[in-house]
Design a protein. Structure first.
Lengths: 264, 316
């Protein structure tokens, strides 16, 4: 099972190399294979989780390793979907490359000692459909935030007016899709799970508080952009800070602050 | 300040963004300070100036402090005014009506109200029960623990704690059996019961030479001349239960003993060693429960509606 994840890691690395070569050559067309490599990696990662799920008799998203594999699989799937559905306005190669690098980094962390790979059946508190919805939807939402993060970085790093307009649109649409999914997963289903397991909706655990902080930042992003019609650096910086909060919610809280969510 | 000016001030989206960022920054700072510890902890952990700042500004109990509650109150007011204003404008305008964000805002307001009801009136009671014990939950309901099961996986890690209870309403049997498990609480009108912990409560019965009986629990001890025998635990040795004792002379452990029935310790003979499995349950009465459920449904409907309406508008 680890073997499939390693092959997936190699495919993502290969995809990153193919994309990097195309970017360095400044080819006008997108390369024809990198997204298929990501698609294959995504399928292998989902297969890894499927096999682990069969072994433990539950949906395998209950520890750091499994959540990182799921996160990477979703990012790859989103990159493939964005490329295939881009239509006339092709998906930015720079954003695809940046998101691939983020995905590669996540998968490399999953293969490090900080994410033990032991196959453990879930303890009683984790045996809940609400937990599955909470974790999977939160990561699907965060995967769209990865795209918005790379788009924000590209926006801040370019002077081309056309590219900035493209990045602004991509930032807004990826947060627009990710935000409701993240809200449902991280906050709504998380609270329902907490109530069912411990009899309280919210406990101001550091992980819960940081999930709320992430949500508040993206809420501020949407309100500045959609209601105040703000564009440009302010919203790009907010998207960037929002993603920093997302990463801290996932890694920082686990390793720097004490709390209930030790599995990620 | 006129009512109109106040209305304009509170309907401002800029105010909403500022309050969101203020709550965000304060919350970030609060997660850096461990919450709800004794004052001595903060005194020992931080330099004097930081310790004073933490305690004076109530960063040690930040989420119930004025510093947090005032921005949240202002945000609630801002959200309420925005919701009404937005709704009225939508109703009057001829553009396509998008009520998704309105539903999200209403859901958030209901959530804040539900949380407030929960914070102010929620009652919680923890109890530890053995098989056959009966517990009163409310004026109407009581439960009796019929049996307990502690299931383990092959690797020994816990798989399930199951407390099977009988529910009585005004003394009459209402539900013959209900298995309470983690993630599967018993929900009755006005009260819910959750499985929280599981423990073995050990009891040791001793008799002295005059026939006087004494009972002890792990954590207790007895003096025997210069020795102090500390009763640390009850351990299962095959089918036999043994009481583990440590002999102290001063602060030093000089010997350990594993006693079975009929063994002697000091002036006593062990007559019985028992290990009673106890189930830890928690009864919660949360008046905000229904409001939060309604809020969650409205919020989810609002998010879905916003998404699908936006998608529909994007179509050529």
């Amino acid at each position: 099972m680890i073997g499939m994840a390693v092959v997936a890691l190699a495919l993502i690395a290969l995809s990153a190399v193919v994309q990097a070569v195309a970017l360095l050559r400044k080819e006008p067309r997108l390369d024809p294979i990198s997204h298929w490599l990501l698609g294959a990696a995504s399928a292998l990662l989902f297969a890894t989780l499927l096999l682990r799920s069969i072994r433990i008799g539950f949906v395998a998203v209950t520890n750091t390793y499994e959540s990182l594999v799921f996160f990477s699989a979703v990012i790859c799937a989103i990159l493939l979907a964005l490329r295939l559905t881009a239509g006339k306005r092709p998906f930015s190669p720079l954003v695809a490359f940046g998101a691939t690098i983020v995905c590669l980094a996540l998968l490399m962390i999953s293969s490090s000692p900080i994410a033990p790979k032991d196959i453990q059946p879930p303890i009683p508190a984790l045996q809940s459909i609400w937990l599955v919805l909470h974790v999977t939807l939160a990561f699907i939402g965060e995967s769209f935030f990865v795209v918005s993060f790379v788009a924000a970085l590209t926006y801040l790093g370019t002077k081309s007016v056309d590219r900035r307009a493209d990045m602004d649109r991509l930032m807004a649409s990826s947060i627009g899709i990710g935000y409701p999914i993240f809200t449902a997963g991280a906050l709504i289903f998380g609270a329902i799970w907490a109530e069912t397991a411990w009899g309280r909706w919210w406990g101001w655990d550091p992980k819960e508080t940081w999930a709320l902080i992430t949500w508040l930042l993206y809420t501020a992003f949407l309100h500045t952009r959609l209601v105040k019609k703000l564009r440009g650096r302010t919203t790009a910086v907010l998207a960037l800070v929002g993603f920093v909060a997302t990463v801290f919610t996932y890694f920082g809280v686990n390793f720097l602050l004490a709390g209930l969510h030790s599995y990620g | 300040m006129s009512l109109n000016t106040l209305y304009r001030f509170f309907k401002s989206v800029r105010l909403a963004v500022v309050l969101l960022l203020v709550i965000t920054v304060f919350s970030v700072l609060a997660t850096l300070v461990p919450q709800g510890r004794e004052e001595a902890f903060y005194q020992a952990s931080y330099p004097v100036a930081v310790y004073r700042l933490v305690t004076v500004l109530h960063f040690d109990r930040f989420f119930s402090s004025i510093l947090f509650l005032i921005p949240v109150f202002l945000f609630t007011l801002n959200l309420a005014v925005c919701t009404v204003d937005r709704f009225l404008r939508r109703a009057r305008s001829r553009t396509p009506k998008r009520y998704g964000p309105d539903l999200v805002h209403i859901g958030l307001l209901l959530l804040i109200l539900g949380s407030l009801a929960s914070v102010l009136a929620r009652q919680e009671k923890n109890f530890s029960v053995a098989s056959g014990d009966e517990v009163t939950l409310s004026k109407t309901y009581s439960i009796k623990l019929l049996s307990m099961q502690f299931l383990r996986y092959e690797n020994g890690s816990p798989k399930a704690w199951i407390s099977t209870v009988r529910v009585f309403r005004n003394g009459n049997e209402e539900i013959p059996t209900f298995p309470i498990r983690v993630n599967h609480p018993l929900r009755l009108p006005g009260v819910a019961v959750y499985q929280t912990t599981w423990e073995d409560k050990g009891t040791l019965t001793l008799k002295d030479d005059q026939g006087n009986e004494a009972k002890g629990r792990p954590g207790q001890g007895l003096q025997d001349g210069e020795s102090y025998w500390y009763f640390s635990d009850i351990i299962k040795d095959g089918e036999v239960l043994r009481a583990a004792f440590r002999e102290y002379r001063g602060n030093e452990v000089v010997s350990t003993r594993m006693l079975a029935t009929a063994d002697r310790i000091g002036p006593y003979t062990v007559t019985r060693i028992e290990s009673i499995p106890m189930s830890g349950l928690k009864a919660v009465n949360d008046p905000g429960y229904l409001l939060v459920i309604v809020a969650v449904i409205v919020l989810a409907a609002g998010l879905g509606l916003t998404y699908f309406q936006k998608k529909r508008e994007e179509k050529p």
